[in-house]
Design a binder for this molecule. Structure first.
Ligand SMILES: [Mg+2]
Length: 238
């Protein structure tokens, strides 16, 4: 039934968001020694989202946004040593070990026995590529797609390139906005596996008419069983 199953990477196959939380905590404490104009979190939140169109997603965009927020909050008074600390924080995030979820390897191994698998991720190209390499999961995936955005047209373009019809495509991911909604909007299927932490920007409302194409899993470990059931029900409805 499915010709292609794709999985998101960050906070679907491995931990990711926690590093951003810790970096934001560090940024808040760096700002404590300054007289800041306005709310530290509101300023950083605003710039992170506003800069997506300029830098795209990922660690580098995040760090540049924190430096910009620091300069704005302190009226240009942020010290060089604090800029340096933010840059070092970014480098540490880019070089960090990839920590898989407990069931990740078992799940992708099981799925790869029956399906062609693809990773579809967004962020810094080099970083995402390195994470797939470091994860040790590369052999399970037939394809890796690194995108700067995950919009309906980005998924449609991938499916066209791989000659896969949308109704024979299933995407698994933690972000309603990036992994689920754009896929079902173009006629695909999706399994939403919510992560413990998620950036508020990744939330989205699923319209009623698309709900029948989206299935909920509590954890990645449930995904293979859910796909089997979905296959059975789709075949019996043919
Ligand atoms: Mg994700």
């Amino acid at each position: 039934m499915f010709d292609l199953i794709a999985l998101d990477a960050d906070d679907t196959l491995w931990h990711n968001e926690n590093a951003y939380y810790l970096a934001r905590e560090r940024f808040r404490s760096l700002m404590e020694k300054y007289q800041v104009n306005g709310s530290v979190d509101a300023c950083a939140d605003h710039l992170e989202v506003a800069n997506l169109d300029v830098y795209g997603y990922g660690v580098m965009s995040f760090v540049l946004s924190l430096i910009e927020a620091g300069l704005e909050l302190t009226g240009g008074e942020m010290r060089g040593e604090d800029v340096r600390e933010l840059l070092d924080l970014g480098k540490a995030m880019l070089g960090a070990e990839v920590t898989l979820y407990q069931t990740t390897e078992e799940v992708v191994s099981r799925l790869s026995d029956a399906y062609t698998l693809m990773v579809i991720t967004k962020g810094d190209l080099l970083h995402q590529r390195n994470k797939v390499l470091r994860s040790g999961l590369g052999d399970y995936f037939g394809y890796v797609e690194e995108l700067s955005h995950k919009r309906p047209k980005d998924y449609a373009e991938i499916l066209k390139r791989h000659a896969v019809e949308p109704h024979r495509f299933l995407m698994v991911g933690n972000s309603m906005r990036s992994d689920i909604l754009p896929v079902v909007e173009i006629g695909g299927w999706a399994i939403h596996v919510p992560s413990e932490k998620i950036w508020a920007h990744e939330a989205a409302e699923l319209p009623d008419h698309l709900q029948e194409r989206v299935f909920q899993a509590e954890s990645l470990g449930e995904v293979p069983g859910l796909i089997e059931k979905l296959e059975e029900s789709l075949i019996s409805n043919l």
